[in-house]
Ligand binder design. Sequence first.
Ligand SMILES: [Fe+2]
Ligand SMILES: [Fe+2]
Length: 199
Amino acid sequence: MATQMGENELWLLSFYRTSEIGGALFFGRLARSMKQGANQRDMSKHFADEAQHAWLWTSCIERLGAHPLKLTDAYQDQYLAAAGLPVNLMEVLAVTQIFESRVINQYARHQRASGLHPIVGETLERIMEDEKWHVEWVRRALRAMEPEYGKERIEKTIRHFREADEEVYRKTILEHEERVAHLADVMARTRGEEPKDGR
Ligand SMILES: [Fe+2]
Ligand SMILES: [Fe+2]
């Protein structure tokens, strides 16, 4: 197959695909274990969306003339290993909020990259519609939990998971520095900044 992308881009799109699968598996298990109600409904939709995103990246890579790389660790697995498993629904939603903001930021940055292939752009745009809803429903659900858990405790939990996220993301970036550095440079240029070392 004649591929229309470089090795770094194939890695990145494969990384997105693996992360979406990680999300789908995580949310799918949760959806199965949730009691009747609005959260159960929204989590089921969320799970189905992430599974669909995994397919959209698979299909995108295929349309660009390649096959996704088999990457072992999803970002989510490393993240939960670092942060600890959430112990109640509030913590689950806090983790979800952090996952989702990470994904949205990454995709939004990618959308601004120069020389974006139209097929990749189209895929990002399609996925972002769902990602926005993901952040919204989770924020709403967390707010509804304030009487039960207390606003302060919820905020503290979100902070804890955000710190773990930053730690894991930094590690992921260091591990794949070359590929990500290339991407970061492209993105820094589109924002008119000087590329920074090691970021
Ligand atoms: Fe997704
Ligand atoms: Fe999502």
